[in-house]
Design a protein around this ligand. Structure first.
Ligand SMILES: Cc1cc2nc3c(=O)[nH]c(=O)nc-3n(C[C@H](O)[C@H](O)[C@H](O)COP(=O)(O)OP(=O)(O)OC[C@H]3O[C@@H](n4cnc5c(N)ncnc54)[C@H](O)[C@@H]3O)c2cc1C
Length: 404
């Protein structure tokens, strides 16, 4: 785990400071990170009556392929969006996943929402629709001060953090790092992190399908790859996430030509003939772990704190669970959500849950990418058992409904 040096000695800067902006102008929370988790964090704080600063460059400036992503939101993530008043503008643009089909070799297992009495397994939304609904909600949310840019420095004090932005200095009781896997906040706070490289890329693309998808998400585990086709709001459009051997941009450009045919064949025409829409993007797959979720007056959420393999669609849902945990703590610490007690409660509740989920998904990834015939056979036998055992299917559906 590489150590991240602090930009300044926090103990040195802990001497009492008289600042013209201290006192009532100190924001309870400053969120750093312009993505989905940043917006959700600011809205959650505001809903509890806390004033929040929200820093982040415009999402349209992003060049990391996030615009091509689609999220399978678990029912509890959708519940948060409902409570924040964001869901009404998103619902018509989303697609309910009501069945999941899993294939390995000649074996198939179906998991249906109705098996466990749920209405749906997940709701698919595009990154673009989600972020614009959140940004719109922020515009009408008076307690949030939006700053379109990155703070240039953080100075830590016992009772607050100073955030510099150009000529301005802001103060907050808590800085929430929601600035993604390469988190600047994490580094500034000196939090240790490490990662496991899956030596795979996720190729993301959108296809037009010959047959309507009918709200079915399908996944294939074969030859060490994991291929998923996920339904979108248009009944003839699916999002692909194909976790496979790494691809650089040249290989990706070459792959685009034959991709639709390759995926049509690979999926045995489950949705008929596929037609590529737009371009392919590729993202390296890594599990990022942090030693701690908090430091003095700092907490991390979302990809800044953890990343996972996308095979179960957990990534953003895990970040939302971080926020639900913080929300329950903030209810009792609205004036000072960065206090030691509040931060300790977050670390104590959330860190063990995260470790369990991250290593559980890692184990699942390791078992499904095994190509040795013995492993393949064991996998197929396991799937047949699941296909014929209602209780096991219910257990898997519980997992598919997202992290808790
Ligand atoms: C291929 C793929 C498919 C996925 N599919 C799913 C899925 O189906 N379901 C799911 O739940 N998850 C999925 N995920 C995971 C999901 O995309 C991430 O978990 C989620 O996007 C993380 O959101 P975030 O806001 O924490 O981080 P990010 O999306 O990385 O956002 C970070 C933001 O911070 C900003 N920023 C960076 N540095 C600074 C700074 N210094 N100051 C201010 N702002 C800064 C960036 O510009 C960006 O806007 C997938 C991931 C991949 C790679």
């Amino acid at each position: 785990m590489p150590a991240r040096a602090l930009s300044g000695d926090p103990l040195e800067s802990m001497s009492p400071l008289t600042s013209p902006q201290s006192g009532s102008s100190v924001f309870p929370a400053a969120v750093v990170g312009g993505g989905v988790m940043g917006a959700l964090s600011a809205l959650t704080a505001a809903q509890l009556g806390m004033r929040a600063l929200w820093f982040g460059p415009p999402e349209s400036d992003r060049i990391d392929g996030a615009q091509a992503r689609n999220y399978a939101l678990s029912p509890s993530s959708v519940d948060l969006l409902k409570r924040l008043g964001v869901w009404p503008s998103l619902e018509a643009l989303s697609c309910k996943v009501t069945r999941m089909e899993v294939f390995s070799g000649s074996t198939r297992v179906d998991l249906t929402a109705s098996d466990s009495g749920s209405e749906f397994l997940a709701s698919m939304v595009t990154h673009g629709h989600l972020i614009s609904a959140l940004e719109q909600a922020v515009q009408f949310c008076a307690p949030i001060t939006r700053i379109e840019g990155r703070p240039s420095s953080l100075s830590f004090f016992a009772d607050r953090v100073q955030l510099s932005f150009g000529e301005s200095v802001f103060e907050a009781r808590l800085v929430l790092g929601a600035d993604g896997a390469r988190s600047w906040v994490r580094n500034q706070a000196g939090l240790l992190w490490g990662q496991r490289d899956y030596e795979q890329s996720a190729i993301v693309a959108t296809f037009r399908t010959e047959f309507p998808h009918g709200g079915v998400a399908a996944q294939w585990f074969d030859d060490g790859d994991i291929l998923a086709l996920l339904p979108l709001a248009d009944p003839h459009r699916v999002s692909m996430v194909w976790s496979r051997s790494p691809m650089d941009s040249n290989a990706l450009a070459l792959a685009a030509d034959g991709m639709a045919q390759q995926v049509t064949d690979r999926t045995s025409r489950r949705f008929g003939c596929l037609e590529l829409e737009g371009t392919l993007t590729a993202a390296p797959l890594r599990m990022l772990l942090t030693d701690q979720l908090t430091a003095m007056r700092v907490a991390l959420v979302g990809d800044a704190a953890h990343t996972v393999h996308p095979l179960a669609g957990y990534g953003l849902n895990l970040g939302i669970q971080d926020l639900l945990c913080l929300e329950s703590i903030w209810k009792h610490h609205r004036a000072d959500p960065g206090s030691r007690v509040a931060l300790q409660a977050f670390g104590k509740q959330r860190a063990p849950q995260l470790k369990r989920i991250q290593w559980g998904l890692d184990l699942l990834q390791r078992s499904v990418v095994q190509t040795h015939p013995t492993w393949q056979r064991a996998r197929e036998i396991g799937m047949r058992v699941v296909a014929h055992t209602g209780l096991l299917r219910q257990l898997l559906i519980k997992q598919a409904l997202g992290p808790h």
